[in-house]
Design a binder for this molecule. Structure first.
Ligand code: GLU
Length: 483
């Protein structure tokens, strides 16, 4: 098996392209085949070297490696031309000197006259130029397009996803293969290249289905073996419409920046249009390689659900050890603008924070956000939480916090003893523990939710905890106004 991914370098690697690359790669790796890359850079106006880099970078990040040197389509220009001339020589194509406007006028007239079929109109117009004259004009350097002479009959293939596909050739116009400026059209270049690269299986998005009959006709006319084709179902946004920018991030690298793990992204992409046939969802790359088959590719479009990606990512994060998590969290924090007052946590506190935040995080970006009150100051108190746990009874809460501060000033700084002393305090005050912990949590983090309160204390350390409690007591007093 020789498979390929053929991106046009006109932008970043988006999730649709990554999914196509992945399915080709899984099939190649699972069958001892080759996975090739072809950069379709013939559109000089839109192709950019930085996009090539972005696409290759996205594939590398996902761990989708390729065999052989990537092929650049523009390097094949001479062969594309030679193939078109070969078809011309064989009579499978013809020269078209008709200017575009003239063609359009003739087409409009034919349509107005009630002729539904205009797929052979260009052929009729070209036939008005006698062969000898066409030769002479071409030799004199007059530009012409080369059009494929679509044969009669129909074109069929067994699609690896959709099964039997049939197109009536009468519906397919005599399409241009070489433009007047000597550049090949997409269908022609792709066939010339796929044949040259001896690609055996073409797997791509189903937006290419209507190109496939044209390409099969070209293979046949050039005398090449026709590869197998499989067209992958559309990726849909949550509203059921084709995934597009409207639906938010589509660039694979934006997920990398969000701190999504490549293993999670690969797993998630594999399930966009493929199912293992069970309801298993978490599958490693190797498992996917072993289990992936084309007959389990779904025909219907599948919905891109970021919530599911983040859920999966949380699962994959949970499998990383604390050390690895900490390294990645540090990296994410370092990539963010640091607050004016950033705190250096001890290794021990950082490790504890990582362990405490990991179960609550579905990405490193989220984890870094949750880490904010520990690596920097509390800049505000959550208003709703403050109303609820401070301002209903400001005098009482301030008293509680003073007692907490007194306990913390002397308690042994260790999880169990801290717990004993704060629970003991709640008991002495005749309050539920939550009535002590909630106002304290808000004082320490500014937030209504956080890891366990003893973890929070240990991460912050005694000095910082006590200072934050004092600040909270002030805040509560100034909010309550002079008594
Ligand atoms: N360059 C084409 C695209 O990006 C892919 C062509 C193909 O896979 O045949 O849609």
């Amino acid at each position: 098996m020789r498979l390929r991914f053929a991106p046009s370098p006109t932008g970043y690697l988006h999730v649709g392209g990554a999914r196509t690359a992945l399915f080709n790669w899984l099939l190649a790796r699972g069958n001892g085949g080759a996975f090739l890359l072809r950069i379709e850079d013939t559109d000089r106006n839109r192709s950019r070297p930085e996009h090539v880099e972005a696409i290759l970078g996205g594939l590398r990040w996902l761990g989708i490696d390729w065999d052989e040197e990537p092929v650049f389509q523009a390097d094949g220009l001479e062969r594309h031309r030679a193939d078109a001339l070969l078809l011309l020589e064989r009579g499978s194509a013809y020269r078209d000197f008709t200017p575009q406007e003239e063609f359009e006028r003739a087409r409009d007239a034919a349509v107005a006259a009630g002729s539904g079929a205009v797929t052979r109109l260009s052929r009729e117009l070209a036939a008005r130029v006698p062969a000898a004259e066409a030769e002479r004009r071409a030799a004199a350097g007059e530009p012409f397009a080369v059009r494929f002479r679509v044969p009669d009959g129909s074109t069929t293939w067994r699609d690896m996803v959709h099964g039997e596909k049939r197109f009536a050739n009468s519906e397919i116009e005599d399409f241009v293969i070489l433009r007047g400026d000597g550049t090949p059209t997409y269908n022609h270049a792709v066939v010339s290249d796929d044949a040259h690269m001896t690609v055996s299986h073409v797997i791509r998005g189903d937006d290419h289905i209507s190109n496939t009959p044209k390409q099969i006709l070209l293979y046949e006319a050039l005398g090449h073996e026709v590869p197998a084709f499989g067209h992958l179902p559309m990726i849909l946004g949550p509203d059921g419409k084709r995934l597009s920018k409207r639906h938010g991030a589509q660039a694979v690298n934006s997920y990398e920046e969000e701190g999504v793990l490549p293993e999670a992204m690969v797993n998630f992409l594999a399930l966009l249009g493929w199912s293992p046939g069970t309801d298993e969802e978490l599958m490693s790359r190797n498992e996917l390689v072993v289990r992936f088959t084309m007959d389990r590719v779904l025909k219907k479009g599948s919905v891109f659900d970021p919530a599911k990606l983040y859920w999966m990512n949380g699962k994959y994060m949970g499998r990383l050890g604390t050390r690895e998590l900490a390294v990645r969290l540090r990296r994410t924090l370092a990539s963010r603008p640091s607050p004016a007052e950033a705190y250096e946590l001890s290794d021990d506190a950082f490790r504890r924070m990582t362990e405490a935040l990991a179960p609550r995080s579905r990405s490193f970006s989220e984890m870094a956000t949750l880490a904010a009150p520990y690596v920097g100051p509390v800049t505000s108190y959550d208003a709703k939480a403050a109303r609820k746990s401070w301002y209903r009874n400001p005098g009482g809460v301030a008293e509680v916090l003073k007692r907490v501060r007194a306990e913390l000033a002397v308690a042994e700084w260790e999880s169990e003893t801290l717990e004993q002393s704060l629970r003991g305090l709640a008991g002495d005050l005749g309050m539920g523990a939550g009535k002590v912990f909630q106002p304290l949590r808000l004082a320490l983090t500014g937030l209504p939710a956080s890891p366990g309160i003893f973890d929070v204390l240990l991460i912050l350390g005694r000095e910082r905890s006590v200072r934050r409690i004092e600040r909270a007591i002030h805040a509560i007093a100034s909010h309550a106004g002079p008594a």
